[in-house]
Write a protein that binds this ligand. Structure first.
Ligand SMILES: Cc1cc2nc3c(=O)[nH]c(=O)nc-3n(C[C@H](O)[C@H](O)[C@H](O)COP(=O)(O)OP(=O)(O)OC[C@H]3O[C@@H](n4cnc5c(N)ncnc54)[C@H](O)[C@@H]3O)c2cc1C
Length: 417
């Protein structure tokens, strides 16, 4: 397996880049495993890594129907933040933020975590009240978040148009300075390499077509085109397809799957120093290390399993970006793409055990699960290994939709995010 170091890079440069070896082996499925994880996105790979590293469980397979990281992990706009309203969410996302800090060192893989700050714009009195409530709540939870005037927001992000005559006037902003971005596919590759190095099998291009249960109701394994693979425990981390996979085990989930799109502009020199989100207008923007403006918005209005979204949403988003940042009006857009996100009624994830013994689920991250990747993988591994939730994910049960103990971040933000 290849490990990167200055000496390796130099050797590669001097030998025509022929010295590199695959970063993880192509695995063929064994007859049985202690744990099978369905879905090789960041969450599934992260869980496999922490199962091996922290719980000594290495007889693990991560199975994906496509290529590793080819789902939402490789399609998202990489915004990382933890300024959620409710205590439960703040704990979960801030746990992830703590792990992001040292993830490159942990995996010996540069995930390019960049603490450039995420600023959320307020356009009206409701936004001011909502964001200030978030700021106070975050501070009580030890999560950094600060309120800025419009002038302070402009100083932090000079391309912002704060003129009072703007179509979406800016009346203030909430800024989380520890928040930022990371390189999405490096996260998947880093976890994959580190998990494989500890003995985890990563099996690509192998859809799980059914989860099998024994006469006592417990999971026994999964069906795939490569045959039945037995497992003591099965953990599903299949994002937009979770409800389809779980239904084969007889578990119905309160999920809806929507296309979510993003797009990038032609590359330009560094101009945009942070991430800016406008929840009311539903558009957000940052600049990638390649120089492209990375732009995203909300989900399509209709459920679908197509990995591309409708044009009207993109038009609306770009129009909003042009209003807030007139400086970008003459830029050309380079490409757009979509993913399928799984959305729960309260816009918080489901992360834990299921009514089926030996079956675990990690889903419902909707439009915002990338930021949680290390924290989610970490507590999901704990849940699988010990058959009980970690205190951090204990509130994120499936039962909350029957007991009514929702963690309603959708209502808190007044938009789906
Ligand atoms: C356009 C877009 C922008 C986004 N922007 C952000 C953002 O800025 N910040 C943020 O925090 N989040 C963002 N998200 C959300 C984020 O990408 C997801 O919540 C997160 O990546 C989910 O990770 P995952 O590992 O659970 O899922 P995925 O990476 O989607 O992995 C699931 C895997 O399961 C596999 N799978 C599905 N069915 C099967 C099957 N039957 N058998 C085997 N494998 C199967 C898929 O192939 C896939 O690889 C965005 C999403 C999109 C689409």
């Amino acid at each position: 397996m290849t490990y990167f170091s200055f000496a390796q890079v130099l050797k590669g440069a001097l030998t025509g880049q022929k010295s590199w070896t695959p970063q993880w082996p192509e695995a063929e499925p064994k007859a049985s495993y202690d744990v099978i994880i369905v879905g090789a996105g960041g969450h599934g790979l992260g869980a496999a890594y922490y199962l091996a590293k922290e719980h000594g469980i290495t007889n693990v397979a991560v199975i994906d129907k496509g290529w590793l990281g080819g789902g939402n992990t490789g399609r998202n706009t990489t915004i990382i933040r933890s300024n959620y309203l409710y205590d439960e969410s703040a704990r979960l996302y801030d746990h992830a933020l703590d792990l992001w800090e040292n993830l490159s060192q942990e995996l010996n893989y540069n995930v390019m975590y960049s603490k450039r700050g995420v600023m959320m714009l307020a356009h009206n009195v409701h936004d001011i009240q909502s964001f200030q409530r978030h700021v106070h709540s975050n501070r009580l939870n030890g999560v950094d978040n600060a309120w800025l005037t419009a002038e302070e927001a402009k100083r932090f992000c000079p391309p912002l148009d704060i003129s009072p005559s703007a179509r979406y006037p800016i009346v203030g902003a909430a800024l989380q300075r520890r928040a930022g971005t990371a390189r999405h596919d490096a996260v998947a590759w880093g976890y994959a390499r580190a998990a494989a190095a500890r003995g985890v099998d990563i099996i690509q291009n192998c859809p799980v077509t059914a989860i099998r249960r024994g006469p006592d109701g417990r999971v026994t394994g999964v069906e795939t085109p490569k045959g039945f693979i037995a497992a003591k425990k099965v953990a599903v981390s299949a994002a937009g397809h979770t409800s389809v996979v779980m239904e084969t085990a007889g578990v119905r989930l309160p999920l809806e799957s929507y296309p979510l799109q993003a797009l990038v502009s032609e590359p330009v020199k560094p101009i945009f120093p942070c991430v800016v989100m406008s929840n009311s207008v539903h558009a957000y923007i940052s600049q990638s290390d390649k120089g492209e403006l990375v732009i995203g918005s909300g989900t399509d209005q209709y459920v679908s399993y197509s990995q591309r979204g409708g044009l009207p949403l993109i038009e609306h988003t770009v129009a909003a970006i042009c209003e807030i940042f007139p400086i970008f009006r003459r830029m050309r857009m380079l490409r757009k793409w979509g993913g399928i996100v799984d959305v729960t009624p309260d816009r918080s994830p489901i992360l834990g055990k299921t009514p089926v013994p030996g079956l675990y689920v990690n889903c419902g991250w909707g439009t915002g699960g990338f930021k949680a990747t290390p924290g989610s993988g970490h507590v999901f591994a704990h849940t699988i290994a010990r058959d009980e939730p970690h205190p951090i994910n204990a509130p994120f049960t499936l039962e909350r939709f029957t007991t009514g103990r929702l963690i309603d971040e959708a209502a808190a933000a007044a938009v789906a995010h």
